[in-house]
Design a protein around this ligand. Sequence first.
Ligand SMILES: Cc1ncc(COP(=O)(O)O)c(C=O)c1O
Length: 415
Amino acid sequence: MSTTKEAIIEEFKNYVSPSKVAVYKRMGIELVPGRREGSYIWDKSGKRYIDCRTAGGVFNLGHRPPRVIAALRKALESLDIGDHILMSEYRAALAKRLAELMPGDIRYTFFGASGGEAIDLAIKLARGYTQRPKVISAERAYHGHTGFALAASSRKFQAPFGPLMPGFMNVPFGDIEALDLAMDEEVAAVIFETIPVPGGVLIPPRDYFPQVRELCDRRGALLILDEVQAGLGRTGRLWGVEEYHVVPDIMVLGKGLSGAIYPITATCYREKLESFFEPDPFIHLSSFGGAELGCVAAMAMLDQITEPGFLEHVKEMGSRFQEGLALLREKYPQILIEVRQRGLLIGLQMVDKKCGPLLTRALGQNGVLAIFAGLDPSVTIIMSPLIVTEEEVDLVLEALDRSYQAVTVQTEMLA
Ligand SMILES: Cc1ncc(COP(=O)(O)O)c(C=O)c1O
């Protein structure tokens, strides 16, 4: 293994991706993670960063969460991945736990190994169950890079891989009239992220999802909600959708479910949909999906986020961010024009597309890792671990203050 940072970058460039290294260099993100613990990662050079990227919620419990590690250490004494074709004590226990926590009558779970795969199954299930071909998603959606998930994502990600998969359409997120117009008796499912994060942390009004639910019911379409980023406590509620008081037919979980230690994802669905699997229960398979070690990691993670006080902590830290960000908005009104927030899911809407990359670079210099939204560089996403402390929130706010000063100077120079 290479030891110096320069040697690692060279090796990465030579054997993984020269084009990625070029982009990191251009953007000033030359971070090679070494040590990691809790809310922090350390660059190989020794520089410390607070992780406000958390890989979109993978690190909800921070890096190397002790409880998940202890559970997995113990499990490694006697378990392995398990045979996905057979029954499993661990998949059964985790699925039961999820059913108890899920909204409404969502009951069954099919486990996967990646979010894209879990979304693919949600769409397969909807098409198979309804026997209809069409799927409606949001224009600025991101559901993963696999087949059906990619087809339901923004055109930006599909462009190099045409021709497009038939039957997929998109509408502007939050626009109920556009959805109404797109709906017909051929629509199998409407799929949305509860809060689209890569689209720029778009928070829908309170009446949006109830109306979407009503439209789906009226037209006989299923509602799929992607809670890969918005679920598992991120918003200060266990599920992002709780705020909207609707029950989707299928809910997809990923990222944070792994406890950042062992990949596992879940496609959870209502009881009635199980009839799709009756003719052939093995019509969808995943060798690594629902690995028993992953089930142990997910169970330990769920134990932690459902403990009394956990979600209150997320809300309190969210409020601390909210107060600090309101001050920054007053101080930098020419750059920071809106703060969109639910709990510890925060989108900083800035004045133009230059600002996201400039802020990412400045934050990096000030010891915070945060990135702009993949589909809208004018929005910087702040997603700290959910275990973030008051002191760490204050450190991020101070870093934001210094970074906005720097971005102000740079944008004035560019003007
Ligand atoms: C909202 C959302 N859905 C699905 C996915 C796909 O998950 P994965 O990268 O595990 O395939 C992502 C990944 O970023 C995501 O943000």
